[in-house]
Design a protein around this ligand. Structure first.
Ligand code: PBG
Length: 336
């Protein structure tokens, strides 16, 4: 616990706030472009480019990916994370395309790995872009089946590893998948592939705009409800248990998601486990800032920078944010 010695009027906290240069020296939290991971949506050439729920973002074709990667590197970012938009006619009940080594994500990984070996490549392990129902796993007896889904997710992680992914990021929230994925990767000689586990992923309304970005299935929202596997927003001890299990199963890195509404969870995870923990500033968080800024109600730059600093202050090692290129640019401008 901090112990405070001073008493007013000898102690005046405003004294050191008078000079911005001094504020900079004593700033407890800093943001670096190296903290940022840029989630990038990819598509086939015939699919739509614009994402109406995420102003300023687009889906990129494979042809456009080299310029995306070059931009990430030029801005000093460490890594990008790929999310595919899969045409509806290629989706199936069990998301079979996720296991094909020539799917969009695997093609993108191969291309980027060969042309940009120094850029970190992260890929989501979950079936939602590939299934007709949009769930992260397979459905058996009207329920998202845990163990059957895990077997498939292992194969998805494996084809991504074969295509050159550096970090697989299981975002599906099935029980036991970290252990199973680790074993599958190790057996195939991919013991160096890192696992970033979405250990504490909450069933959040803030994923809304993302669903549009990856093409939400044409089903009623109730059938897309993920509360039988994602966490209840009211629980944080449960998040610690999720993290403990995933670490025990072999997770290298931990993700808490969404970001801003769950900073207490991030802080607890970091203080309890002292493990590199990531935050995902999810689509709804991005869109809220963008929408308010587009209406002239909020300063976009300040809002993004303040949310970033808040996430770092809570203890995040890295931050996934759709605004990564923008924020990287802001940081660059501040250097001069
Ligand atoms: C699904 C997945 C989701 C996001 C990343 N991976 C959505 C969901 O769980 O339905 C959300 C990201 C965002 O909202 O920005 N595997």
């Amino acid at each position: 616990m901090p112990f405070f010695y001073g008493r007013f009027p000898t102690t005046r906290l405003r004294r050191t706030r008078r000079y911005s240069w001094l504020q900079e020296i004593i700033s407890e939290t800093r943001l670096s472009v190296k903290d940022l991971v840029w989630p990038v949506f990819i598509r086939e050439a015939s699919d739509p480019k614009d994402i109406k729920t995420l102003p300023g973002l687009q889906r990129y074709t494979l042809n456009e990916l080299p310029s995306v990667a070059q931009k990430a590197l030029d801005l000093g970012m460490a890594a990008i994370a790929l999310f595919p938009y899969i045409p509806f006619e290629k989706r199936t009940m069990d998301g079979d395309l996720a296991l094909q080594d020539d799917n969009l994500v695997c093609q993108a990984l191969r291309l980027l790995k060969s042309q940009f070996p120094s850029l970190g490549l992260i890929a989501d392990v979950a079936l939602d872009p590939y299934t007709t129902h949009g769930h992260d796993g397979i459905i058996r007896n009207n329920h998202v089946d845990n163990d059957g889904s895990v077997r498939i997710l292992c194969q998805q992680a494996l084809v991504q590893a074969q295509a050159g992914v550096d970090i697989v990021a299981p975002s599906d929230m099935m029980d036991g998948r970290i252990k199973a994925i680790r074993q599958t990767l190790d057996k195939a000689g991919f013991e160096h592939v890192v696992i970033l586990s979405y250990a504490a992923k909450y069933a959040s309304c803030f994923y809304g705009p993302f669903r549009e970005a990856v093409g939400a299935p044409l089903l009623p929202k109730t059938l897309q409800d993920k509360r039988s596997y994602q966490q209840n927003p009211s629980n944080s001890y449960e998040a610690l248990q999720e993290v403990a299990l995933d670490l025990e199963e072999g997770a290298d890195l931990i993700m808490v998601k969404p970001g801003l509404s769950y900073l207490d969870v991030v802080q607890r995870v970091v203080e309890t486990f002292r493990i590199p923990t990531f935050i995902y500033q999810v689509s709804g968080e991005y869109s809220m800032i963008k929408a308010a800024a587009l209406n002239g109600w909020i300063d976009e730059k300040k809002a993004f920078l303040e949310t970033m600093i808040a996430m770092k202050r809570a203890g995040a090692a890295g931050i996934f944010t759709y605004a990564a290129p923008q924020i990287a640019q802001y940081l660059k401008e501040e250097e001069v």
